[in-house]
Design a protein around this ligand. Sequence first.
Ligand code: FE2
Length: 293
Amino acid sequence: MLSEEQVAAYDRDGFVVVPDFLPLRRCNRLKARANELVAAWEPSAAKTVFTTNEQVRESNREFLESGAATWCFFEEEAFGDDGELIQEKALSINKIGHAQHDLDPVFKEIVYDAGLRDVASDLGLTDMLALQSMYIFKQPSIGGEVGCHQDATFLYTDPITVTGFWIAIEDATLENGCLWAEPGGHRGPLRQLFKRNWPDPADADGTVFDELDDTPLPAPPTDVHAPGNTSMVPLEVAAGTLVVLHGLLPHWSGPNRSEFSRHAYSLHCISAAADYPAWNWLQRPVDLPLKPL
Ligand code: FE2
């Protein structure tokens, strides 16, 4: 699947861009399925009248349980002061996560049958398990920023093996919040760990950050058209492009203030041989084991 140059780019930069990975008809099929899941999604009645603080707490519990579910998460800016959606539901969802690749036939097809295994294998990643996936909408006008981070903070294994497979379902541009990444940044240290409060089960709906290293993550661009002093570069890519991201690579995406959505599907895999600590936020029940890519 990958050329020698692409394999070399991944080793050097910590990411590789693979154009034309997913045919547009498959992108469109996945988009249609995501839209169907949102149309069928009934947000809990309580959620619309929760205060912000309660919403955050509730979201956290939903988040922690979503490792084994197909859950729709709202954009932070989706609700007005009255607790009601500002725009229609279809334009208010931030993402669908995090186990649809094992629960939904259309998502399954993309993860297990579109060539990701071969790409991983070309990069020397031969025993990947499909841990977590997200269908990301990055909605017009309100699509939220994703702060600069390393994926190994959120999906940790010993040794670090988490690898991101990010597929543009729509064109990603400077205007609609494309990915930015720091070439070579995967050789830097892991800064933080995101953990469930552990081992107290009473705290199981809480999470904490452990600080590991105070090397700063790269600053986001001050303006995507005049990025200023950032070490990150924009990854403007066409629909169907795959970007593979090393788990230590710092990356960021800005808010979407344009009139165009920026749909993407992101899968995170880990090595079957690595240790996956029980304090990771994402835990699968025994009846939904991880499957090889
Ligand atoms: Fe990420």
